[in-house]
Structure formats: structure tokens, C-alpha cells
Design a protein around this ligand. Sequence first.
Ligand code: GRF
Length: 208
Amino acid sequence: MKNKKIINVAIFASGNGSNFQAIVDSYKRGFLRNIKIALLVCDRPQAYVIKRAQKANINCFLVERKQFQTRNKFENFIIQKLKKEKIDLICLAGYMRVLSPKFVLKYKNKILNIHPALLPAFKGENGIKDAFNYAVKITGVTVHFVDNGVDTGPIILQEAVGIKERDTLKSLEEKIHKIEHIIYPKAIRIVADGKVRIIGRKVKILNK
Ligand code: GRF
């Protein structure tokens, strides 16, 4: 991603939106200097993230899968909007849908995702719970580029979170979210500043 120009970001979310909020707050603090949060894309009308977007004065594009006959039509509708808004970078933040290979190809190396576990462990929808139930001693958070697999793309940043004996699923969730809210804005800043080179699976970070 080229440096110096303003990077138009779309955040995709389906639920609570605490990561959306963390990105917005980082932006407001001036931490994300090269970007503009241009759009929230949301697929669930009842999602709390919509209220967060309204409060932050961010344009919300609400589009439900059930309004379309096929995933292809649904995604094309979103792509049209992304083009119209000149979106350069997409950040998935609790977006509960898998993007098609066609979509991913269109935005190759321009889609980020945050996952609440240390990938490649505990992929899928329940990363925190799965790690807790497996009783690992260390789990964490991963920010990665999105490829055609689920939670398989090149890793940008990771941070470990220890699981203590006194931890409950709830306390672990809190610890994970706290780290998410720090490392997602960091990863976005690195990418938006043009400080990454992707070499195969490896994401090389140039002087952070
Ligand atoms: C986060 O745990 C994120 O890692 C996962 O979905 C959750 C979204 O939480 N992909 P929120 O909606 O941002 O609060």
C-alpha cells in the first residue's frame, strides 16, 4: 500500500463492534494518521455496531444476505459500494461471513482480519472458548491478511495472552478483547503506512 495518500478504510462487522470502536477511538486520538474510516459494512440490522457508527458519525452500509438470491449478488452489491466510496483497505472486525475467493482476489492483500487466538491454533468462530476448553496455558490475538481459507492468511501481528488457573471464560474474553483493541489499530497503522512487504506467507514489517 502506497504511503502518504489517505487510505480509505471500510470496517466490516456483524455484532457488538468493540473492535470497530477501538479503531475509531485510535483514529480520533490521531494514532491512525494516514486513514479515513469511510464506511461500516454490516449484515445484521440488530447489531450494536450500527449504533456505534451513528454515534461516531460514520456512514453505515447495512446489507443483509437474505435480500439476495446468491452470495455472488450479495457480494457484488457490496463491491459496488466499496468502489463508489473508493475503499482501499477492508478491516474485518467480527464480520461473521466468509468472503468468496472472487471477493478476496479483488481486494488481494487489502483485507485484514482479527482473530481471538494465536493462529494457526483455534481457527473458526469460537477461538476464545475453544482455547479455554482445550485448557492451553497461552492463547492470544492474531491480525492477519485474508486469503481464501478461514483464518489462514499471512500473519501481521500476534500477541500472547496467558491463561491462569483463576481465569474463567469471561475473564479470558476480557483479557483477549483488551489486547485486540491495542493490536488491531497497530496493525492497521503499519499497513496503512505502507510498512509491510508480503513475501509468500511472511509479512515483513519495515521499521515499525
Ligand atoms: C472479536 O473477538 C474478534 O477477534 C472476532 O470477533 C470478535 C468481535 O468482537 N473476529 P467485537 O464485535 O469487535 O466486539
